[in-house]
Design a protein around this ligand. Structure first.
Ligand code: NDP
Ligand SMILES: O=C(O)C1=N[C@H](C(=O)O)C[C@H](O)C1
Length: 260
């Protein structure tokens, strides 16, 4: 018996990730993009309906299961509220949410009281696997210095990357002695024992690279990931959207949905 595809609305449709999501979804039978949202609708390359306002689109469409959002913190806050008001699940990969004036993290929590909500700073399966390895290394190498380095394309807005922040939290969960995040270094600044070094590089069209270095006095361990293209993020986000549709309201983790 044929299974109905999960019906999606993609926001930020002219963005790098919006375009990748629409393209990748076109090759899959488990999801279908029924509408795309953009402030500049003329530029959207999609066969689906194109709207400028999520609220109006969710009112017009017969049925939408999930809104998939890769935009900007202020837009994510607004779209989460609108999706919840329409009873539609919300999957977002937008980063830079921490401490933003629009309180997107509060908006995700509020939305999760009525619909399923998933936010992941990185939707690649490789990063999901790397996170387990990083927690294990952090627990096994208690006195080693830790330095996190990320590299992204020169149009990225937020620094450090959302993924870098997630990986730092993974290290910190096993190393409560590391209480200071040292962003870059300049001048006379010897390393302090409680530091995690954090380094953000912006160059060319690099899709996304992350490295966590553990250094003792006679050895180093380097755990790293490099995304070959944005398709890995799009596939993961669409997997998450397909898996979250029809679930109970609440906050979901990408790593949990991968295991189900
Ligand atoms: N979690 C993950 O795996 C990944 C996360 N990301 C994150 O996703 C986000 C988007 O990245 P990327 O696609 O490269 O960025 P782009 O700048 O290419 O696209 C963002 C899109 O968001 C829309 N947008 C921006 N601001 C607003 C606003 N205030 N209101 C409505 N729409 C807005 C715009 O679309 P339009 O003009 O069409 O409305 C824009 O095209 C970033 O936060 C990035 O860090 C990126 C890759 C992977
Ligand atoms: O902006 C990007 O491009 C990416 N953003 C995410 C992040 O901030 O970690 C994920 C990925 O690295 C690409």
């Amino acid at each position: 018996m044929a299974v109905e595809p999960v019906r999606l609305v993609v926001t930020g449709a002219t963005g790098r990730m919006g375009e990748e999501l629409i393209d990748t979804a076109g090759d899959r039978s488990d999801v279908s993009v029924v509408a795309a949202i953009s402030r500049t609708p003329g530029n959207v390359a999609a066969e689906a309906a194109v709207g400028t306002h999520l609220d109006a689109t969710l009112s017009d469409e017969e049925r939408v299961d999930v809104v998939v959002d890769f935009t900007a913190p202020e837009a994510t806050a607004e779209y989460a509220e609108i999706a919840a008001r329409h009873g539609v699940a919300f999957v977002t990969g937008t980063t830079g949410l921490e401490g933003h004036d629009a309180d997107p993290l509060g908006a995700l929590d509020a939305a999760s009281e009525s619909v399923p909500v998933l936010h992941a700073s990185n939707f690649s399966r490789g990063i999901a696997a790397l996170r387990g390895a990083i927690r294990e290394a952090a627990a096994s190498l208690p006195d080693y210095d830790v330095e996190v380095t990320e590299t992204h394309h020169n149009d990225k807005r937020d620094a450090p990357s959302g993924t870098a922040l997630t990986l730092i939290e993974d290290v910190e969960s096993e190393r409560p002695d590391l209480t200071e995040r040292q962003h870059g270094r300049e001048g006379e600044q010897p390393r302090e024992p409680g530091e995690i070094g954090v380094h953000a590089r912006r160059a060319g069209d690099v899709t996304g690279e992350h490295e966590v270095l553990f250094a003792g006095n006679r050895e180093t361990v380097s755990l790293s990931h490099s995304a070959g293209d944005r398709g890995v993020f799009a596939e993961g986000a669409l997997d998450a959207a397909a898996a979250i549709a029809g679930r109970e309201a609440g906050r979901y983790q990408f790593t949990d949905l991968l295991r189900d």
